[in-house]
Design a protein around this ligand. Sequence first.
Ligand SMILES: [Cu+2]
Length: 306
Amino acid sequence: MKTIAICSFFVLFAIVAGIGATTPAAFAQAEVTITPDPGSGEPTDDCIDVEYGCYIPGTATVDVGGKVIFSNTDSAAHTFTSGAITDDIVGLVFGERMIKSGDSFEWTPDTVGEFPYFCMIHPWMDGWIIVQEAGTAEETVEEVMEETVEEVMEETVEEVMEETVEEETMMEETEVIDETEGGGCLIATATFGSELAPQVQQLRELRDNTILSTESGTAFMTTFNQFYYSFSPIIADLEREHPVFKEVMKITLTPMISSLSLLNHVDIDSEEEMLGYGISLIILNIGMYVGIPVFGILKLYQFKKN
Ligand SMILES: [Cu+2]
């Protein structure tokens, strides 16, 4: 029995080694073009369910000194921003700007390494770039082979263990997807009931077409997103659980959305204009949400005194 087991293991190893030997070694490329998966800007797109599925290829391998072309062939605007949504600073290596439909930009990596990137507008979109020494066989071929052998061994020895780990990983993945679904409009979507509600559409268009078309607007959105994602899932959940809270949020958000709609009626062509309108709107909102209640309380206080 023992002999058979050992023999079959050798046969298995021989097969795997044979496959490895007959597969021509793939080399990292001097040039690679990355495009967004068409429709990946929609939070309902299938690409979300695939790991690194929203960029093509999701994992790109390129030579040091080679060229990575980020080409936006999708109809929506996207970013190819180095880093991850959870990082404090993103876009340090490449891609801090929005790329409109039909536009592209290039990056020449000068060090070996692995570079994750994502889309600031649609944070569920992410990908990897592996930068290797020129002439090195692509990591994936050998790695996949090794992994196959490892998996077979683990399955026979620690089948139960692996299943548990797999389940946990799957659960984590589902959680991440849940959090990112709804894009930048989690609260608005929960408040107004649907992704397709006019208020949500208005906010999305404003973000994609106006705010992200300038550098200062993009910088603001990045900072805002990091802050916003820290609490928006909690509020969205509360709204779904408590209908009264949802109504309160609806009333609370309406003045802000009305003030933002002012941006749809002005032309913003420069950084100065974006800054000007942006700061004015922030002051206007502080006035509405802080100034008016404070003024009211003060008046009430005076009225009681007299
Ligand atoms: Cu995008």
